[in-house]
Design a protein around this ligand. Structure first.
Ligand SMILES: CCCCCCC/C=C/C(=O)SCCNC(=O)CCNC(=O)[C@H](O)C(C)(C)COP(=O)(O)OP(=O)(O)OC[C@H]1O[C@@H](n2cnc3c(N)ncnc32)[C@H](O)[C@@H]1OP(=O)(O)O
Length: 297
C-alpha cells in the first residue's frame, strides 16, 4: 500500500494527475468500506455503515500545507471520491491548537521557479478537488486556521469551529506582505459577501470564533471537545438529502468559480511565480518566518 501511495504521489508531482484529473486504477483500489489509511501526515478512517470518512491532519508542528502534504491530501480525497461507499468527509486536525497554519511558507522561500510552479499547481489541484467534491465536506475546525487553512475550511460545505477565543480564522495574507489570489478571494466572497471580504482581505483580518460566526465565515460553534460530534450530526442532516440532487445543486452553485480558475490556471501559476520570485516578496516572507520564530523567545 505504501508503495502504491508513493507511486501516486510521484505521478501527482510529475503533473500526470493534474493533467488527466484521475488516479491510477491501482491506487484507487486501496479504499473500501470500513477502511483505515495512514500516511505520514494524514489519517483517514472510513465508516462503511454511515458512509462518512474522517480525514485527520497530523503534520506537526502546525499542519502547514507543504508540497508533500498537499499531495497526500489530494490523493486521499481522490480515493474517497472514487469509493462509492463514501458520501461525506469530515476534515479535522490531530494537533491540539492548530487546524492548519496554511501554506507552508518555507515552500515559497529560497526555492527555484520550477519548484514554485509545482507547488502552486499542487495548491490549485487541492482547491479544485475539495471545492468540486461530490461528497459532503464538513470542516471540524478545532484550532487556528490562517490563510490556506481558512481556505481549506471555506471550500467545505459546512464549518463547525471550536468556541475558544484563543483560536482565530481568516485570510491574513496582506500581513505577510503578499496578496491572496483571485480564487481565494472568490471563495471568501461567496461565503461572506463582497463588502466583508473587502475589509477582511485588505486588513488580513483574523476573526475570533464568535466574530467568524457573526459574519458567516463559520456556520456553527461548539465547545472544543464537541466539534467533531457536532460535525457528525451536521453530516447526517446533509446526507439525508438524495445525493444526485445535492451534487447537481452544489455543482450549479460552484461551477462559475471553479471555471474561472480552470480557465486561468496557467496564467495564475505564472503570476504566482513572478510574484514570489521578487526580491521584495522573498524578503517579506523571510522576515515573517523569522518573526514567527522570534515570538517563542
Ligand atoms: C499572486 C501570488 C500570491 C501569493 C499568495 C500566497 C497565499 C498564501 C497563503 C498562505 O497560507 S501563507 C501562510 C500564512 N500562515 C500564517 O500566517 C500562519 C503563521 N503561523 C501562526 O500564526 C502560528 O504558527 C499558529 C498557526 C497560530 C500556531 O501557533 P503556535 O504557537 O502553536 O506555533 P508556532 O510556535 O507559531 O509555530 C511552530 C513552528 O511552525 C512554524 N510555522 C508556523 N506557521 C508556518 C507556516 N505557515 N509555514 C511554515 N512554518 C510555519 C513556526 O515558524 C515554528 O517553527 P519553529 O520555530 O518551531 O522552527
Amino acid at each position: 500500500m505504501a508503495a502504491l501511495l508513493k507511486r501516486s504521489a510521484s505521478l501527482l508531482r510529475a503533473g500526470a494527475l493534474q493533467k488527466h484529473g484521475v488516479l491510477t486504477k491501482q491506487a484507487l483500489c486501496l479504499f473500501s468500506t470500513n477502511m483505515r489509511m495512514f500516511t505520514n501526515k494524514i489519517s483517514v478512517e472510513m465508516d462503511g455503515t454511515t458512509g462518512v470518512a474522517v480525514l485527520t491532519m497530523k503534520s506537526p508542528p502546525v499542519n502547514s500545507l507543504s508540497l508533500d502534504f498537499l499531495t497526500e491530501f489530494t490523493i486521499s480525497l481522490e480515493k474517497l471520491e472514487m469509493d462509492k461507499a463514501c458520501r461525506g468527509v469530515i476534515l479535522t486536525s490531530a494537533l491540539p491548537r492548530v487546524f492548519s497554519a496554511g501554506l507552508d511558507i518555507t515552500e515559497m522561500c529560497g526555492k527555484s521557479a520550477e519548484h514554485y510552479a509545482a507547488f502552486w499547481r499542487a495548491v490549485q489541484e487541492f482547491w479544485l478537488k475539495l471545492y468540486t467534491s461530490n461528497m459532503v465536506t464538513v470542516a471540524a475546525i478545532n484550532g487556528s486556521c490562517p490563510a490556506g487553512g481558512c481556505l481549506m475550511a471555506l471550500v467545505c460545505d459546512y464549518r463547525v469551529m471550536a468556541d475558544d477565543p484563543k483560536f482565530s480564522i481568516g485570510l491574513n495574507e496582506t500581513k505577510l506582505g503578499i496578496v491572496a489570489p483571485f480564487w481565494f478571494k472568490d471563495t471568501m466572497t461567496n461565503t461572506i459577501g463582497n463588502r466583508e471580504t473587502e475589509k477582511a482581505l485588505q486588513l488580513g483580518y483574523m476573526y475570533s470564533p464568535a466574530d467568524a460566526l457573526k459574519v458567516g465565515l463559520v456556520d456553527q460553534l461548539a465547545s472544543a471537545d464537541k466539534v467533531e460530534t457536532v460535525a457528525s450530526t451536521v453530516m447526517s442532516e446533509w446526507l439525508a438529502i438524495p445525493d444526485h440532487a445535492r451534487h447537481l445543486t452544489k455543482s450549479m452553485m460552484r461551477k462559475p468559480t471553479r471555471d474561472r480558475l480552470v480557465t486561468h490556471r496557467d496564467a495564475d501559476i505564472t503570476s504566482f511565480v513572478n510574484f514570489v520570485t521578487k526580491d521584495s516578496i522573498q524578503k517579506s516572507l523571510q522576515m515573517y518566518l523569522e518573526s514567527l520564530k522570534q515570538r517563542k523567545r
